[in-house]
Design a protein around this ligand. Structure first.
Ligand code: COI
Length: 321
């Protein structure tokens, strides 16, 4: 099996690719760039391409087919950046992988704590050497009801890690898990939305989940609710969220992901004008923390992304051939 890796980062991924490909006898080549119509030709003669969250549309899929690529492997959990219908039409399977769920789970809890302790506001005031207490009074997590919308690996890990804080934990998922029900109550969506002080989203970015949180859902929530999104921007209707922040319905939002973030995050925009207006609006609020989709970014998770994607691709080819 020959693998071509796009968006390979020298500073953290290279050694993991060298090690696992050496161990499994896989020939691989790479580019630091995302796949574009111009550089898809680099994958010619390779069986699999290994990518991260760069968009793979029909044009690229057609070019991949012509280049002889037999598998699109994304070293990510979500594969919503790939046009799966087009891939199916061209007969190219698409795979994602799982990696340390603690990476995202820890980050979600970090954002909950930052919200509870009004960290952004405190930091902003501290820059101007205002060390007063007024307006900084925090909440304790143990007194909050935390609702986890989505109970896959990450949602379940958040529930387990949160159990040490002593808060009431609600979780909404069609497939209750025995271990998780030891520290979280499985509830339906309406209870989760209406009884939680903090709502953390752990759903995938499928078309069915598009704007799963919108005006109606915000109206069901408690006043001053905290919203944490470390999953996918498309889960929240951004315009409705901005209205809910401005009306005070949302007391804090911790957003590692936002709508239309593709092409913005993971690049240096220091000398460019950002055109994502919602990003600029959200970033300007003292009670909203916007982060550049980095919840996944820990050493164990990066290692898992490289190793698990390479091993899964190899297994796929060993099975097929
Ligand atoms: C995923 O694995 O689905 C992520 O969101 C992380 C990716 C941005 C590298």
């Amino acid at each position: 099996m020959k693998m071509f890796v796009y968006s390979l980062r020298e500073y953290d991924e290279r050694r993991f690719f060298d090690n696992i490909c050496g161990e499994l006898g896989i020939e691989y080549d790479s580019t630091p760039d995302v796949p574009t119509p111009e550089n898809i030709g680099l994958a010619e003669g390779f069986d699999v391409i290994n990518i991260i969250t760069c968009p793979i549309d029909e044009e690229r899929i057609k070019a991949l087919k012509e280049a002889g690529v037999k598998l699109i492997m994304s070293r990510t959990v979500g594969t919503d950046h790939i046009d799966k219908d087009a891939a199916a039409r061209y007969g190219i399977p698409v795979m994602g992988i799982s990696y340390s769920p603690n990476a995202v789970a820890d980050y979600a809890i970090m954002l909950m704590l930052m919200g509870c302790r009004r960290l952004k506001y405190i930091q902003l005031r501290t820059i101007g050497r205002d060390y007063g207490l007024y307006g900084r009074l925090g909440k304790e997590l143990r007194e909050c009801t935390v609702g986890l919308y989505g109970g896959g690996d990450i949602g379940k890990t958040v529930a387990r890690q949160l159990s040490g804080f002593g808060c009431r934990i609600l979780i909404c998922d069609r497939h209750p898990d025995e271990e998780t029900s030891g520290y979280a109550e499985y509830v339906d969506r309406d209870i989760l939305l209406s009884e939680s002080d903090i709502i953390s989203l752990h759903l995938s970015g499928t078309p069915e989940n598009f704007h799963i949180i919108g005006e109606k859902e915000f109206s069901m929530m408690k006043d001053g609710v905290m919203i944490i999104n470390t999953a996918r921007g498309l889960l929240i209707d951004t315009k409705a969220m901005i209205d809910a922040i401005e009306s005070g319905k949302i007391g804090f939002a911790g957003l590692d992901v936002i709508e239309n973030e593709k092409g913005m995050y993971y690049f240096d925009h220091e000398d460019r004008i950002l055109t994502n207006k919602d990003f600029s609006i959200l970033n300007g609020y003292p009670n909203v923390i916007v982060l550049p989709h980095m919840a996944f970014y820990t050493e164990p998770a990066v290692r898992d992304m490289v190793v698990n994607s390479t091993v899964a691709a190899k297994k796929f080819f060993d099975r097929e051939n």
